[in-house]
Design a protein around this ligand. Structure first.
Ligand SMILES: *[C@@H]1O[C@H](CO)[C@@H](O)[C@H](O)[C@H]1NC(C)=O
Ligand SMILES: *[C@@H]1O[C@H](CO)[C@@H](O)[C@H](O)[C@H]1NC(C)=O
Ligand SMILES: *[C@@H]1O[C@H](CO)[C@@H](O)[C@H](O)[C@H]1NC(C)=O
Ligand SMILES: *[C@@H]1O[C@H](CO)[C@@H](O)[C@H](O)[C@H]1NC(C)=O
Ligand SMILES: *[C@@H]1O[C@H](CO)[C@@H](O)[C@H](O)[C@H]1NC(C)=O
Ligand SMILES: *[C@@H]1O[C@H](CO)[C@@H](O)[C@H](O)[C@H]1NC(C)=O
Ligand SMILES: *[C@@H]1O[C@H](CO)[C@@H](O)[C@H](O)[C@H]1NC(C)=O
Ligand SMILES: *[C@@H]1O[C@H](CO)[C@@H](O)[C@H](O)[C@H]1NC(C)=O
Ligand SMILES: *[C@@H]1O[C@H](CO)[C@@H](O)[C@H](O)[C@H]1NC(C)=O
Ligand SMILES: *[C@@H]1O[C@H](CO)[C@@H](O)[C@H](O)[C@H]1NC(C)=O
Ligand SMILES: CC(=O)N[C@H]1CO[C@H](CO)[C@@H](O)[C@@H]1O
Ligand SMILES: CC(=O)N[C@H]1CO[C@H](CO)[C@@H](O)[C@@H]1O
Length: 563
């Protein structure tokens, strides 16, 4: 059976996550993870709060953390191809942050903690930002993206850039999740050749294996949720506008958003707190309804499910669209009982009546095509301070891709761009607006916002597999949490492109909580209350893991000092 319920060892984890237990909790560690004789959790389990305590107590430094995570990346990259580039400045940045901490300056909870970011979020440093395409290799931006600037301001170390489905999966109909020309083929860690999903594939795999504390992904329709789903992670897909998108390679200004992919809800909350907020460079952030961002970490409340009304849009659990997802349904139904036991009222069959019309119409494709034609040049290519391949439009990028052998064309086609270019208009035309209006009506009034209102609900739940599309179309938030894994007797199915195992035993899946715009604080609470009652993540074990631990790095440093 798929695993939803905890095995006995998970109780150890429950006692390990709290701050005070760090130095007393035996089962969290063994000889290879103890530091100076003090127990410390292995890096695949270590949380933000564990790292904060370790840094504060001087068990290790931020430099040690960078060294340990980098070594872990190098151990598995030849198999999994999840990181495109390690930041050549990461050690120097960590050393500076260590000096600041020693001097009493702590910029915030993430001070000195390494984070990986998807390779479509630009940094004004030595690292490239390419969306995995040689068209953008060597291109330069005039400043950090707001997201990168906020990470630095929060004291995080940007450890490197993760591999992704090229162009955030907006190029080809004949390709594979997690493939980019520059980064190669990302694979998941839960089964040999596992399809890592996408497009934030490398962020998913890296975060899940503890190759950094956590990672950032981006989502237009499913690109945070789906790789979080199959990589055993918590993913927060924020409301469009909660996190700024400037200097993030765009697909659609109406749907793109940046969010955390982490191993626990609380880690994801810490990361969201660091990146959320208004930016002069992205006026969608003007829609943020508060002057002060809610306290997402404090929202992690074990009792948060009590008294909440939660709907199930049952008609979206459509196995005809994905027969292989059948094993998820009984595990999801059992999860509804856990929500009930935690004090929530479950309202089943709060169906989204716009589902069939959305599937039959082509509105969603037209919105993305028109947005991409407008937004790629306007929001990104025209902002470059150095554009070595002179790409200024989707047509230029297509030409480059057709001409550059490593882009793997024509085998991996450019049919998505061909369609967008054929449409013949961008996102200011009347045809765009009539399609956008239909799209948001069917996904909103006939979907999420309608169900929330008509059934007086606080939130909705779905298996994550079926959750991304409606919230994507209206820019609403979703939080996914690990729910289970495919059973051992699952038949292995290969992806359409023929190079990955798309369905296989031990491949994880999650449950999604969705709600109104800017309801992240509530959704984080619901997700946390579910996570703490189930702790499914710890029951699903990767087939491949790096072995370097902080203890090894600290020990090596001490040996070097002696000699
Ligand atoms: C100790 O921890 C390491 C790293 O997590 C693990 O590989 C090893 O199996 C553990 N050993 C024991 C005896 O638990
Ligand atoms: C320590 O703090 C003082 C006062 O803020 C500052 O002048 C000094 O440069 C700092 N040193 C380091 C190593 O950060
Ligand atoms: C997919 O799984 C099969 C069966 O376990 C295995 O033989 C194959 O090597 C895997 N594919 C990849 C790309 O690793
Ligand atoms: C945001 O700025 C763009 C120009 O960059 C402008 O066209 C658009 O109307 C602005 N939107 C809002 C909501 O202010
Ligand atoms: C946690 O949630 C419960 C139930 O909604 C509420 O009564 C309680 O005040 C919350 N605790 C905190 C610390 O916010
Ligand atoms: C909701 O959808 C489910 C699954 O398609 C269906 O069985 C049920 O009858 C629907 N309920 C309502 C109230 O439409
Ligand atoms: C793309 O390439 C074709 C053929 O090489 C050329 O005719 C066309 O002008 C190019 N378009 C752009 C936008 O460079
Ligand atoms: C799609 O990719 C597959 C796998 O590499 C390849 O065999 C096939 O020829 C490609 N299809 C087209 C139409 O190029
Ligand atoms: C959507 O776009 C298509 C293609 O440009 C156009 O024919 C149609 O009128 C637009 N509006 C709607 C509501 O379909
Ligand atoms: C796997 O085992 C379960 C329960 O033992 C059974 O219900 C299911 O049909 C099996 N699936 C396959 C693909 O054999
Ligand atoms: C296959 C692969 O990605 N290998 C890389 C792993 O990391 C080392 C160190 O950066 C590179 O040298 C390999 O090319
Ligand atoms: C850091 C790292 O491992 N980079 C690798 C990413 O994948 C490409 C292509 O496989 C390698 O050339 C890089 O070394």
């Amino acid at each position: 059976m798929a695993s939803l319920f905890v095995r006995s060892s998970a109780t150890f984890f429950l006692t390990c996550v709290s701050l005070l237990s760090l130095v007393t909790c035996e089962p969290c560690s063994n000889r290879s993870t103890s530091i100076n004789g003090k127990p410390f959790p292995p890096l695949i389990e270590a949380t933000t709060e564990n790292l904060i305590v370790g840094l504060e107590l001087g068990l290790f430094t931020s430099v040690d953390l960078v060294k340990a995570y980098t070594a872990r990346i190098l151990e598995v990259n030849a198999t999994l191809h999840m990181v495109i580039e390690v930041n050549p400045d990461s050690l120097a940045i960590a050393a500076e942050l260590d000096a600041q901490r020693a001097n009493g300056t702590v910029l915030g909870p993430l001070h000195g903690i390494p984070i990986l970011i998807k390779n479509n979020i630009a940094t004004a440093d030595k690292m490239d930002n390419t969306a995995g395409s040689y068209a953008l290799a060597g291109a330069k931006v005039p400043r950090d993206s707001t997201i990168a600037a906020k990470l630095r301001k929060a004291g995080a170390v940007i450890l490197g850039k993760t591999n992704l489905s090229q162009w955030a999966n907006y190029r080809s109909f004949n390709t594979s999740n997690g493939w980019s020309a520059i980064g190669g083929q990302t694979q998941g860690a839960y089964y040999p050749g596992q399809d890592p999903s996408g497009s934030s594939s490398g962020s998913g795999v890296s975060s899940s294996l503890g190759l950094a504390l956590a990672a950032l992904g981006t989502e237009t329709d499913g690109s945070i949720l789906s790789p979080s789903d199959v990589n055993n992670l918590v993913g927060i897909k924020p409301t469009v506008g909660l996190t700024a998108r400037d200097l993030v390679v765009p697909i659609s200004e109406h749907q793109d958003t940046v969010g955390p992919m982490a191993r626990t809800v609380k880690d994801a909350a810490y990361l969201l707190a660091a990146i959320a907020g208004k930016s002069l460079y992205d006026n969608y952030t003007d829609a943020i309804p508060w002057d002060t961002i809610p306290d997402y970490v404090a929202a992690c409340n074990f009792s948060a499910l009590r008294g909440k009304r939660i709907g199930v849009p049952r008609n979206l659990i459509d196995l005809s669209s994905d027969p292989a997802a059948a094993p998820i349904v009984p595990v999801f139904n059992a999860a509804l009982d856990i929500l009930r036991a935690a004090g929530a009222t479950i309202v089943d069959n709060t169906n989204f009546t716009g589902y069939d019309a959305l599937n039959e119409g082509n509105y969603s494709n037209i919105v993305l095509e028109a947005d991409f034609i407008s937004d790629l040049p306007k929001e990104y290519l025209s902002k470059l301070s150095y554009n070595p391949n002179n790409v200024h439009s989707v047509a230029d990028v297509r030409n480059f891709t057709h001409d550059f052998a490593l882009e793997d064309w024509p085998e991996r086609d450019t049919l998505v761009w061909d369609g967008a270019l054929e449409l013949g208009y961008g996102n200011t035309s009347p045809e765009f607006w009539s399609n956008y209006t239909m799209n948001t009506f069917l996904a909103g009034e006939m979907g999420i916002t309608g169900a929330l209102k008509n059934y007086s609900l606080d939130a909705l739940v779905l298996p994550t597999e079926f959750s991304p599309n409606f919230p994507a179309l209206i820019g609403a938030p979703v939080v996914t949490v690990p729910l289970g894994a495919y059973p051992q007797n699952t038949t292995v199915l290969v992806n359409q492109f023929g190079n990955l195992n798309a369905t296989a035993p031990n491949v994880p899946f999650g449950i999604s909580f969705m709600g109104p715009h800017f309801s992240e604080e509530m959704l984080i609470g619901l997700a946390y209350a579910f996570e703490q009652r189930t702790m499914v993540r710890n029951t699903i074990i990767p087939y491949i893991q790096p072995t370097t631990e902080l203890a090894d790095v600290v020990h090596a440093r001490q040996q070097a000092k002696k000699t």
